[in-house]
Write a new protein. Structure first.
Length: 312
């Protein structure tokens, strides 16, 4: 596997072992707000964009949607190392960018300005930068580009599309909310629901109650998160995970709970919404990131200022 065209190692950050770390790759537009710059890129082209970035290289970019999530991940690393300085099971953040290293200086400077512990900046000239994810051991990829996300999912990497929004930075600990079907779980029940309606889906779930639900696109990431979560007692954990699903608790909750137990995946709280809007409960949880496959749920989360990522 060819290395990206140019990888800049951040010497201010202790490098992690990618074979044990939970590697998260974020694109520049997911972590910083680059809407004006992106518009300039689309309207005036790469040269004008590069000129603008070089002229503003010492002006920090404003935080983007995934910014608070990356800060909270850093907090988890601090807590893990406090309890065991030799621990290698840590989060490792790398930034993947279609910028050239020349125009990428502003991105590196912005990360340093905010004290973000990003270990590598990968500047890739290829159209499809997702081909480098596996070679870096990436377990989660967050991008503001739909094609990137679909390519990553096709390559078997947990990935989600981040929408640009104004985000209120929630306090620590790290709080991650997962939807169930087509995110943590496979979409098998969703498909039955489309074909046979609610009654058919409920009957299917009852018949399959003893059989764990298939794996969804974010299961691998959730399992690694769960493994880190188990290093702490519930009271002292710097990670909290939630399941917020449209399933009803009475008819379709049992199989979901049994599946999580079968996987050994610790979830702090589960909410079975029975089709009700998720916005109000998300406003209460105040997660650093919310993963869902339904655009109406993403919209509901955005309406209450919750950073959201769509799993197509």
């Amino acid at each position: 596997m060819a290395e990206p065209e140019s990888t800049v190692i951040n010497t201010d950050v202790k490098q992690k072992d990618p074979s044990t770390a939970l590697v998260i790759a974020v694109t520049t537009r997911a972590i910083f707000s680059l809407e004006e710059e992106h518009k300039l890129y689309l309207e005036k082209g790469k040269e004008e964009y590069t000129r603008h970035q070089q002229a503003n290289k010492d002006k920090p970019l404003p935080p983007g949607t995934a910014f608070a999530f990356i800060q909270a991940v850093q907090y988890v690393n601090e807590k893990i190392l406090e309890s065991n300085p030799a621990e290698r099971d840590l989060f490792d953040i790398l930034v993947l960018s279609n910028n050239s290293p020349e125009s990428g200086t502003r991105i590196i400077n912005s990360a340093k300005h905010y004290g973000l512990e990003i270990s590598k900046f990968c500047f890739v000239s290829d159209e499809d930068s997702t081909q480098y994810l596996k070679s870096h051991g990436v377990k989660l990829f967050l991008s503001a580009d739909r094609t990137d996300v679909c390519n990553a999912l096709r390559r078997g990497v947990s990935a989600a599309l981040v929408f640009q929004q104004e985000v209120q930075a929630p306090s620590t600990p790290l709080r991650v909310v997962f939807d169930g079907d087509a995110v943590l779980f496979s979409d098998e029940t969703d498909q039955i629901f489309q074909e046979q309606g609610l009654e058919g889906a409920v009957q299917y779930e009852r018949a399959m109650e003893a059989v764990p639900i298939g794996e969804g696109p974010l299961k691998a990431f959730a399992m690694h998160l769960g493994k880190m979560r188990k290093k702490f007692s519930q009271e002292k954990s710097p990670i909290r995970t939630y399941l917020v699903t449209a399933r009803s608790g009475r008819d379709m909750g049992i199989r979901a709970i049994k599946t999580l137990r079968e996987w050994g995946l610790p979830i702090d709280e589960a909410f079975f919404m029975d089709g009700a809007p998720k916005g109000p409960i998300l406003a209460q949880i105040q997660p650093h990131i919310f993963f869902d496959d339904g655009l109406h749920n993403i919209q509901g989360a955005q309406n209450v200022g919750v950073p959201s990522a769509w799993v197509p």
